[in-house]
Design a binder for this molecule. Structure first.
Ligand SMILES: *[C@@H]1O[C@H](CO)[C@@H](O)[C@H](O)[C@H]1NC(C)=O
Ligand SMILES: [Zn+2]
Length: 454
């Protein structure tokens, strides 16, 4: 790989060379386009690095990506905001570095897997020749996107393109465990402030159809425990006020609410990201014995854990009232505690969403860029779970979640995660168009507005 790379890098640019004479220093460093086989093999190489939580090999990932950055002619620096958790920052300088920059973000870590339940080992990046599928943990979430950014930049450079504004790429650690030592720390750093970011692109989800999904906000997690206390008693006795009875009344109310929300999704009235989801994370009760539980005793304590996700437009006070009055009323000897309670608002007190309409000058550019590359964006959605994009939106920056994977089942965090070779290659063309469009100064409004937001 390495020797091949250096030989293609020095090959002369035949076509258009005279036109590019005035850009000589940059034209010389531009590489000729890689073959699809080379592009796929670079993707596989990244996928083969085991960056699974809880012990991701960040050093190997960053070493590999630095090599890719060199090949793409990007400036690279590694920030270690937290020891052992490197964040790779790449920069493609624009002609006018004072303009707000565009940040292309991706995370390097992946979730764990159960290898014995996979058809191909999760870090083999096996390419099934018949179907064209590349199987690997991270093939959808989100090593695909990180490599597509780099491949798109290589192509743009070899075509002689020079951005007006700075383009930054970040390869960040720890997204899969909450991003606290990754993007959350990064947005507070002086390095980040100096980047003068105007727009962020981050991860999205695949779609089964032809349209690409795009996300303009996400639901906020509330992780909640509810504890019940009650009079203990004989398992044969019917009486009121046991911990289990007190808690089961809550379980019934919670399930009723869950059904009402889920029905809205099932009927098509609302999208997944637009309802409040609530799921039981654990149930904990009983009096244990060495082999099981005491069967003729009603315990004096019982507990449940809930994972609740709230869309940005939710009525917070109503939700808090529901909790205090229906799900965990003290009158029923219940108490509740938040393990996590993320705000649905940004630091200015506004819903943490990025306008996906003409009020945001970046939006038509993104739409147009995808269209120009032969793709189509679906209706903008609220991301049902959490991504690092929330940290950017929280500080008032526009951020879109977008992973160009059409005709693809959602296999993030699932067994046999795969991405087809053709979708991957198509996605590079999409990013080529996106980067070209966003990097080119056309509409000065974009820059005035972005600056006003900062
Ligand atoms: C709550 O606990 C108190 C004190 O143990 C008890 O008197 C009361 O009956 C309990 N209420 C319920 C609804 O369980
Ligand atoms: Zn992800």
């Amino acid at each position: 790989m390495a020797s091949k790379k250096s030989s293609t890098r020095t090959s002369p640019m035949a076509a258009g060379a005279s036109l590019l004479l005035f850009l000589l220093p940059l034209a010389i460093s531009a590489a000729s386009p890689s073959s699809d086989a080379e592009v796929i093999s670079r993707f596989q190489e990244y996928l083969r690095i085991d960056t699974a939580q809880p012990a991701p090999d960040y050093a190997a990932a960053v070493a590999f990506l630095r090599g890719q950055a060199d090949a793409a002619g990007l400036e690279a620096s590694t920030l270690e905001l937290v020891a052992g958790k490197p964040l790779l920052l790449l920069r493609w300088p624009g002609r006018r570095p004072s303009l707000p920059s565009v940040l292309l973000n991706s995370h390097t870590d992946v979730v764990p897997s159960e290898p014995h339940k996979w058809e191909h080992p999760p870090f083999s990046a096996a390419l099934d020749e018949a179907s064209g599928r590349i199987y690997a943990r991270g093939s959808q979430d989100m090593k695909c996107v990180g490599m597509q950014y780099l491949e798109a930049i290589r192509r743009l450079r070899s075509a002689g393109f020079i951005p007006d504004r700075d383009i930054y790429l970040t390869f960040v650690p720890d997204e899969e465990i909450g991003g606290h030592d990754g993007v959350e720390a990064f947005v507070k750093s002086t390095e980040f402030k100096e980047m003068n970011v105007g727009l962020v692109l981050d991860e999205g989800l695949p779609s089964l159809g032809e349209e690409y999904r795009v996300f303009y906000g996400e639901r906020s997690p509330w992780w909640l425990t509810i504890k019940a206390k009650g009079a203990p008693g004989h398992g044969a006795k019917l009486y009121d006020g046991s911990a289990m009875e007190n808690l089961m009344k809550s379980v019934e109310a919670i399930r009723k609410f869950r059904t009402s929300q889920f029905d809205l999704v099932k009927s098509g009235a609302k999208a997944e990201g637009d309802v409040v989801s609530v799921n039981f994370a654990y149930l904990k009760a009983g009096t244990p014995t060495p082999t099981g539980f005491v069967m003729n005793l009603q315990p004096s304590e019982a507990e449940i854990g809930l994972d609740i996700r709230l869309p940005p437009g939710v009525h917070i006070e109503a939700m808090e009232r529901r909790l205090a009055e229906e799900w965990a009323p003290s009158s029923r000897n219940l108490t509740f505690e938040f393990k996590q309670k993320a705000s649905v608002l940004d630091k200015f007190g506004k819903p943490a969403v990025t306008p996906a309409d003409s009020s945001n000058s970046w939006w038509p550019l993104l739409e147009e860029a995808v269209k120009r590359a032969g793709g189509k964006l679906g209706k903008p959605e609220i991301f049902p779970a959490s991504t690092d994009a929330r940290y950017f939106r929280e500080i008032g920056l526009p951020a879109f979640g977008f992973s160009p994977m059409a005709n693809t089942p959602i296999l993030l965090h699932d067994h046999n995660e795969f991405l087809s070779k053709d979708e991957y290659l198509k996605g590079i063309g999409i990013y080529e168009s996106i980067i070209r469009t966003l990097a080119t100064l056309k509409d000065s409004n974009v820059d005035e507005e972005s600056r006003a937001e900062l």
